[in-house]
Design a protein around this ligand. Structure first.
Ligand code: CP3
Length: 355
């Protein structure tokens, strides 16, 4: 295997000393880049882009050509698992993801089998292998999946939701049915992420976009419990290196201590929590990833820089354990130059904290 030239991102997650704060952006490959829109048009639609090894590799690399990012993230989606479970994923323009056959009852859950990562999901592993080859050791490759709870919201609601009434109805009226689904999803995510690691992903991240809509008790029972099961089941070392795992619950700032207690290496933060407070609460148990409001990229360069400086000083001079990121995905109408300023500012302004 090629030697990794820049391992700052992996080292920061493992709380080993680094020379500066590494940075990447959630959704760094996406519609704010004109070259992405061009490649997607060439592919036809979003899922065809994910299934095309060459084009999925191309869009993964695109942001790295523009910016000095410290990690690449696999171009794919969290909804590949439910799609491979037979729910029929499609995208309606302007409306986000939808399923042709959502889960409605216990019989639907019982019918679901675990997809084979090198079968129905082989296109994802092929993309991982191809991206690793193309990266040639430049920066590490992050693999990812959705959390069981977040995947279940899409599978039961049939798409994106605001009130989550269908899944909450199942959660309170038929909790055992939902637990059965979440347990199957956790098993599937373990197999899927371990296959990504075997294919070459050097770190993995679990996106729990919707865990924050739960009460503290329900969060533990219906989301965190299953992410903890995933952390326990993951391959934590490959190619002679540790494979760090990051858990990200959007709106999960109240629960950082319990997230850190799962045994993960990194905890993702959205922008609704102060990083200084977060760092004091988790101590040296885990690294933190975050946490600038993605909308800050609409601001002028000077304002972005000010915010980067505030977050860096909030985290302080611990010398490691912070991966800079946005608190959620970059918006599609952001000027790419502003993203460039952001990344450059993180590198420049973080150096004094790493003497
Ligand atoms: O970060 C990256 O650059 C890697 C690629 C990536 C995508 N989706 C590509 C994508 C990642 C890590 C995801 C994760 C994902 N997908 C999440 C968790 C993170 C988050 O944002 O909360 C969720 C909830 C999804 C489900 C999903 N996929 C939604 C809700 C949508 C539509 C929203 C939108 O922006 O249109 C998608 C489609 C999707 N996934 C796009 C991209 C680049 C946009 C598709 C397009 O090109 O039109």
């Amino acid at each position: 295997m090629t030697e990794l030239k820049n391992d700052t991102y992996l080292r920061a997650l493992l709380r080993q000393p680094v020379d500066y704060t590494p940075v990447w952006m959630m959704r760094q490959a996406g519609r704010y880049l004109p070259e992405y829109k061009e490649t997607r048009a060439q592919a036809g639609d979003f899922m065809s882009l994910c299934r095309n090894t060459e084009l999925a590799t191309e869009v993964t690399i695109q942001p790295l050509r523009r910016f000095d990012l410290d990690a690449a993230i696999l171009f794919s989606d969290i909804l590949t698992i439910p799609d491979a479970m037979g729910l029929g994923l499609y995208f309606e323009t302007g409306e986000g993801p939808k399923f042709e056959r959502p889960i409605t009852c216990k019989a639907d859950v019982e019918k679901i089998g675990l997809p084979d990562p090198e079968g129905e999901l082989k296109y994802v592993m092929d993309a991982v292998r191809s991206i690793r080859k193309e990266l040639n050791g430049k920066v590490p490759l992050i693999g990812f999946s959705g959390s069981p709870w977040t995947l279940a919201t899409y599978m039961i609601e049939g798409g994106s939701s605001k009130a989550f009434t269908k899944i909450k109805k199942m959660m309170f009226a038929e909790p055992q049915t939902l637990h059965l689904l979440l347990d199957k999803l956790a098993d599937s995510v373990i197999e899927y992420l371990n296959a990504q690691i075997a294919a070459g992903a050097q770190s993995v991240m679990v996106f729990d976009t919707w865990g924050g809509v739960l009460s503290p008790r329900d969060y533990k029972d219906f989301s965190l419990q299953y992410m903890a099961k995933i952390v326990d089941g993951l391959t934590r070392e490959n190619e002679g290196r540790k494979v760090p795992v990051t858990l990200f619950t959007k709106n999960g700032g109240m629960w950082l201590e319990s997230i850190a207690a799962t045994g993960c290496d990194g905890v993702g933060l959205d922008w609704t929590i102060d990083i200084e407070n977060a760092a004091a609460r988790v101590g040296d148990k885990v690294a933190l990833q975050g946490n600038m409001d993605p909308s800050m990229l609409y601001a002028p360069k000077e304002r972005i820089e000010q915010e980067v400086a505030k977050i860096l000083s909030g985290y302080g001079d611990k010398g490691t354990g912070h991966v800079f990121n946005l608190g959620h995905g970059i918006h599609p109408d952001v000027n790419p130059e502003h993203a460039g300023h952001f990344i450059e500012a993180v590198h420049r302004l973080s150096k004094p904290y790493h003497k």
